[in-house]
Design a protein around this ligand. Sequence first.
Ligand SMILES: [Zn+2]
Length: 188
Amino acid sequence: MSAPAVEISVDPGTGVWSTDGLPMLYVPRHFLMGLLRTTYEALGASLAEQRLYAAGYDAAFRWCGMEAAHLGLAGMDVFHFYMKRLSQRGWGLFDGAGIDPETGTGVVTLRHSAFVADAGVGAGGKRCGFCAGWAPGALMWVGHTQGRAWNLTGYESRCAAEGHAACELVVTQTGGTAGNMAATSMAK
Ligand SMILES: [Zn+2]
């Protein structure tokens, strides 16, 4: 075991934690997973996935804008820094090397997913839909800042919980308007 690779600051007056200038919450994994299970049960799998995907997509888009400004990064460097920070914060090990910087599409590989760890390896099913919107949301921010007409969406094509060596999160072009709508709303 080793110490966290992210720097955590704590405001002595308020107790608020922050990393890279962003307020953070440090919660037990079982708490978050229980919250997600409750959400799935309340909304049904289809609606829950749709809403959680959108929330993750928007949060990634916002994260990239705030961190680019805070750290002075631009373009695909922001995306890869996002993948690095996710990996350093315990979600699993994200590798965005399979994304084409010219199109924003490709495959993000996820090893040691927190969602698979919670479900148990061999549990079956695709377990990482909650994070399927993160890469396309971040890449839409990249495309937005570069003036590219990307319209990206994402899904988990294979999951380690099904017995694969790693999870694969696909980012692809969509003919729909969801991506553009999110990018437009978040750019305001
Ligand atoms: Zn998975």
